[in-house]
Design a protein around this ligand. Structure first.
Ligand code: NAG
Length: 336
C-alpha cells in the first residue's frame, strides 16, 4: 500500500517538472488580468483565452496573444511577478530576448507586458523572452533569469489556396460513375493545430451533374454514366475550398479544372455510300488506282485509323485495296 503511494507521488513530481521547462521559475509567477494569485486550475488571459494554470507558486512560462489585433491601444500580454516583490517599489523587472523593448514592452515596476504593434502568427508563431527581477537601487538580482514564451494565437486570416489554377485532367469517355479523374489540394496558412481555421472542405460550384468532389480529399470523380466525347469533349469544373470546415464565415478559394474526355473506340466506321461505281479503262496498267472509297469514323486518333479489305468480289483476285494513311481512304487497285 505504502509503496504504491510513493509511486503515485513520484509520477506527480515528474509531471510537475515536465510542465515547467527551465529552472528557477518557481519564484516568478504570472498573474493575469484581475485573477491575481488565484489558486484555481484554469483561468483566462487578457483576450479571454483559457489558460492552463498550475498551483500557486508556479511560474507561468507561456503567454498568449491574439494575432492581427486591431485595437487602438497597446495589446496587453500579461504580467510577470516575483515572490520577492513586496510592492515597496524596490523591484525592477527586466525583459530581454526576441522583441524585448521593441515589440514587447514591460512596465519595469508592475511587470505588465504590452505588445506595441500587431503581430502576424503566420510570420512568427511565438517569441522566446527572458525575465529578470533586480533590486532597483543596487541592481542585485532578486530572481534568477528565466525564459518564457509569448505564443501568438491564430485567427482565421488566411483563405485556402489551391496549389494549381487551372488543373488539367483527362478521363476516358463512357467511364463508370465514380471513376477517379484528379485530386485537387488547397493549403491554408492558418494554424492547423488550433480550431478549424485551416480545416478545408471541398465542394463543386460548376460541373454538376457530370462530376463530383470528395469534400475531405478533393478527389474529383465522374458522376454521370455514358458521357460521350462525340457529344461533348471538354468540361470546365469549378471547385471551391472553404476553411472553418465549410461552415458559414469560413474563407474560401476556388480553382478551375479543365477535364477532357479521352476517346474510346465506341463508333464503328461507316461508308458514306452503300454502292460505289468505278470504270476501269481496258488499257489500265496493273497496279493502277481504280478509285477511292472512304469510311467515316466519329472517333479520333488510332480509333479512327482505317484498314480496308475486300470481302467479296465478282471477279476474285481482280482488285486489291490499300489504305492511304494520310487520308484514311481506301484505294482500289487493279491487280490483273
Ligand atoms: C494520299 O492521298 C493524298 C491526297 O489525295 C495524296 O496526295 C497522296 O499522294 C496519297 N498517298 C498515297 C500513298 O497514295
Amino acid at each position: 500500500m505504502d509503496r504504491r503511494r510513493v509511486c503515485v507521488l513520484m509520477v506527480l513530481w515528474v509531471m510537475a517538472h515536465l510542465s515547467s521547462p527551465g529552472h528557477g521559475l518557481r519564484a516568478l509567477r504570472r498573474t493575469t488580468g484581475g485573477h491575481k494569485g488565484a489558486a484555481g486550475l484554469t483561468g483566462q488571459d487578457a483576450n479571454g483565452v483559457p489558460l492552463r494554470r498550475s498551483k500557486r507558486g508556479w511560474m507561468w512560462n507561456q503567454f498568449f496573444l491574439l494575432e492581427e489585433y486591431t485595437g487602438s491601444d497597446m495589446q496587453y500580454v500579461g504580467k510577470l511577478h516575483s515572490d520577492s516583490d513586496r510592492g515597496d517599489g524596490n523591484t525592477r523587472y527586466v525583459l530581454t530576448g526576441e522583441g524585448a523593448g521593441s515589440l514587447f514592452r514591460i512596465d519595469e515596476k508592475s511587470g505588465d507586458i504590452h505588445a506595441t504593434k500587431r503581430l502576424d502568427r503566420e510570420e512568427k508563431a511565438y517569441y522566446i523572452l527572458r525575465a529578470k527581477a533586480v533590486n532597483r537601487f543596487t541592481n542585485e538580482a532578486l530572481e534568477g533569469e528565466s525564459e518564457f514564451i509569448i505564443k501568438i494565437h491564430d485567427i482565421n486570416d488566411n483563405e485556402p489556396r489551391f496549389t494549381k489554377d487551372p488543373y488539367m485532367a483527362r478521363v476516358p469517355e463512357m467511364s463508370d460513375i465514380g471513376t477517379s479523374v484528379i485530386q485537387v489540394t488547397a493549403a491554408d496558412a492558418d494554424d492547423a493545430t488550433y480550431g478549424n481555421s485551416a480545416r478545408v472542405v471541398y465542394s463543386i460550384l460548376e460541373g454538376q451533374p457530370y462530376f463530383s468532389v470528395d469534400p475531405e480529399t478533393g478527389l474529383i470523380k465522374t458522376a454521370l454514366p455514358g458521357m460521350d466525347r462525340e457529344v461533348k469533349e471538354n468540361y470546365q469544373v469549378v471547385i471551391q475550398a472553404k476553411d472553418m470546415a465549410g461552415q458559414m464565415g469560413g474563407l474560401s478559394g476556388t480553382t478551375t479544372v479543365s477535364i477532357t474526355l479521352a476517346d474510346v473506340n465506341d463508333n464503328p466506321p461507316r461508308f458514306a455510300k452503300t454502292v460505289y461505281e468505278f470504270r476501269v479503262p481496258e488499257s489500265s496498267d496493273i497496279g493502277s488506282a481504280v478509285g477511292v472509297i472512304r469510311a467515316m469514323d466519329n472517333d479520333i486518333g488510332e480509333n479512327a485509323e482505317m484498314e480496308y479489305r475486300i470481302i467479296g468480289s465478282d471477279g476474285p483476285g481482280m482488285f486489291d485495296v490499300t489504305t492511304n494513311r494520310s487520308t484514311q481512304e481506301g484505294v482500289i487497285l487493279l491487280r490483273k
